[in-house]
Design a protein. Sequence first.
Length: 257
Amino acid sequence: MTSHDPLPVTRGYKRRSSGSPPHPPTQNNITQTQALNGNMEKIILQLPLMLLALHIQSGELSDSPVLEIVEAPKPEVVEFNNTIYGTCEVTPVPNLPASQPQISGQVLFRQVFPNGTLEVKLNLRGLPADDRQARAIHIHQYGDLSQGCVTAGHHYNPWEVDHPDHLGDLGNFVPEQGVIRQFQKLPEAKLFGGHSVLGRAVVVHEKEDDLGMGSDEESKRSGNTGERIACCVIGITTPRLWQETERLPGEEVEGNQ
Ligand SMILES: [Cu+2]
Ligand SMILES: [Zn+2]
């Protein structure tokens, strides 16, 4: 058998279901044998999935090796005192109309393993000093900026809820003196686990988020926030950026070693 052959169990499964029996059994025997074969095949095929599910479930309580594979930027977590740091380097979309500000800067993330509340620091610049327009910021599903911010998909929504309850709906931000500086907590979003926001995008919109209060359907989908004017992909980083960024109102001192 070469490495390209299918696994023997797969071939056995195919042969059993398509081949004819070697000698004619009674009708009753055929039915029983087929039912038995069918059940056994289902159990055999599902067994690895069932075992995997059990491993993952129990892994949330213990230190299962499977959990490490599913979870884990483990080296960073250990190295940085059970904390994972994320950064997102915001850049304006190319060919932005002159009426829109060229927003750049960083959105930083920090979460203590495994169930700490995700903390976010926004540090954006590039707005006119007299600009007081509120702008929406969300975490979108895909870290794909191949065609600017439009390829980042919809708001990341693993729970299939309405806007503005998506786990990465950061809300509205009003610039002051050309910058947006804010600390906030995002209790629903995580850097760890299956619903991690790592690898997804932060998108800054041209308009204010209506927070689901609008009269149209789009309000409960995206908040009617207009064009996407700047975005970035969230990646893993060291504590350096978080620690070097000035402390913002609401930011807790502890854990900031
Ligand atoms: Cu958005
Ligand atoms: Zn949303």
